[in-house]
Design a protein around this ligand. Structure first.
Ligand SMILES: Nc1nc2c(c(=O)[nH]1)N=C([C@H](O)[C@@H](O)CO)CN2
Length: 117
């Protein structure tokens, strides 16, 4: 199994449980690990045979900017399902960080792994 990574993708989102959070955008950070087989892409040097991290980053950014979930858990599930369906990813690990959420913590996050959607 080969892996394609997207690390530290930052997107401002409408996210949160509390009333004040429904009126602002807050920064979220996404770390994504996706399983694939890079051999055909490496042999042909052709982007169409691998996972395009640029296209996937754009799709994640668009989904997040259009979303309005309360929980980062809900957003994580929606992103994982979109990536698996839209880009035919058989397995992925996704970490969603909300670094400003707890004043005395460097970061809070959820991480999920999905083999099917
Ligand atoms: N496991 C979670 N806990 C909490 C979440 C969340 O999305 N997942 N959200 C909040 C509030 O929105 C918080 O971020 C406000 O600072 C609280 N706990």
């Amino acid at each position: 199994m080969d892996l394609v990574y997207i690390e530290g993708l930052k997107v401002d989102a409408l996210i949160g449980v509390y009333d004040w959070e429904r009126e602002i955008l807050q920064p979220l950070v996404f770390d994504i690990t996706m399983a694939t087989d890079i051999r055909q892409a490496a042999q042909t040097d052709d982007l169409q045979y691998t996972l395009d991290y640029f296209a996937i980053s754009a799709a994640v950014t668009a989904l997040v900017e259009q979303s309005a979930f309360q929980l980062i858990e809900s957003l994580a599930e929606a992103i994982a399902c979109m990536i698996q369906q839209q880009f035919s990813v058989s397995w992925l690990r996704l970490k969603v960080s909300k670094p400003g959420a707890v004043p005395n913590a460097i970061n809070v996050a959820v991480q999920i792994e999905r083999g099917s959607c």
